[in-house]
Design a protein around this ligand. Structure first.
Ligand SMILES: Nc1ncnc2c1ncn2[C@@H]1O[C@H](COP(=O)(O)OP(=O)(O)OP(=O)(O)O)[C@@H](O)[C@H]1O
Length: 322
């Protein structure tokens, strides 16, 4: 659906995107995560032509963005709705007219029967049937983002681009908006790209994620797979702060995925190898409804080899914490 090939982008002498390549498939909810300044928003804006780039290519629905003329670019832009952190609503227009703005841009009558029905359907989808005549100043942040989502969908796009769409919202409202995005993805079959610095957003809705650091892709994959990959940069995002661990013996961190989250792994380990160990830290995380976990145990140094062999044999991902 969107393919990014060896993309480079600079602002003057500042290189912001460096050799970015990955693919977003139809139906994905694809997350792009990274710290402030990593280049996430710039990358997203290269997808719909809001930014140009110096090298590489972005291919949307089989069309190379850099080769499009003005008309072809607007047609592609029509296929991509976008929402932002600060909602970007027009305060002088009511909810209905804000949602209708893209229709006006495309010279359509916002009050034709077809468009009226379309906007009413969208108002229902985002749960704002009662607010059609309200003005932005009369709405909460979550409601404003719902209006922005309805507006982004009014032209029937295939792709929805979300730039830090929940960063200004509190945790409960964030969850509601994320559930709405999940619903839009499932029921309307819209591919969603989410730029965020919040790991929670990735965990709740994304089936794929790209980690960006200093304009480069650190890793791309399923969130739960990257979570179990022993990569310290990524674990920082997952919020894996390791507490103080014993200074004696060896500390081993085990990662449990859906495939190996058998409850008896740990008791089996003790029984099979006939060893004792201490449990130092444990954590469970929810990825789109699947539980993933990690556990740090402290073992005697003399048992290290046997434990490593056992974990490898049981195909449990582990790392030694030093
Ligand atoms: N129009 C611009 N002109 C010059 N530099 C820019 C411009 N837009 C962004 N930058 C710079 O490009 C880099 C990447 O910015 P970008 O906004 O893409 O990062 P980000 O990962 O989205 O961060 P944030 O979450 O803080 O928005 C930053 O160093 C930023 O200062």
């Amino acid at each position: 659906m969107i393919e990014i090939q060896n993309l480079y982008k600079s602002y003057g002498s500042l290189e912001v995107l460096k050799d970015i390549s990955f693919k977003i498939e139809k139906g994905d909810i694809f997350g792009i995560i990274g710290q402030s300044g990593a280049g996430k928003s710039t990358l997203l804006r290269c997808f719909n032509g809001l930014e140009n780039f110096q090298k590489g290519e972005v291919i949307v629905d089989g069309q190379a963005i850099s080769s499009l003329n003005k008309k072809q670019m607007s047609d592609i832009q029509k296929e991509m709705g976008m929402i932002f952190q600060n909602f970007n609503l027009l305060n002088r227009l009511n909810v209905y007219d804000n949602i209708a703005l893209p229709l006006k841009f495309w010279k359509q009558d916002p009050h034709s029967l077809e468009n009226k029905q379309r906007i009413e359907k969208l108002l229902k989808l985002v749960g704002l049937e009662e607010k059609s005549q309200a003005y932005p100043r009369q709405l909460s942040g979550g409601q404003k983002q719902r209006v922005a989502i309805a507006r982004a969908l009014v032209l029937n796009p295939k792709i929805l681009l979300c730039d830090e769409a929940t960063s200004a919202l509190d945790p409960q409202i964030t969850r509601d908006i994320l559930n709405l995005l999940l619903k839009i993805n499932k029921e309307m079959n819209i591919t969603i790209v989410v730029v965020t610095h919040q790991m929670e957003v990735i965990k709740q809705i994304c089936n794929k994620v790209a980690f960006l650091k200093d304009g480069r892709v650190l890793s791309v994959g399923k969130p739960e797979e990257l979570f179990v990959a022993p990569n310290q940069e990524i674990q920082k995002f997952v919020g894996d702060d390791i507490e103080i661990l014993p200074q004696t013996g060896k500390n081993i961190k085990l990662f449990f995925t859906n495939n190996n989250s058998k409850s008896h792994t740990i008791t089996q380990l003790a029984r099979t190898l006939d060893i004792n160990f201490d449990i130092c830290q444990g954590k469970l995380e929810n990825f789109r409804g699947s539980m993933m976990g990690s556990l740090i145990i402290n073992i005697d140094e003399k048992d290290l080899q046997a434990v490593e062999n056992y974990l490898d044999q049981e195909k449990i991902t582990w790392e030694e914490i030093v």
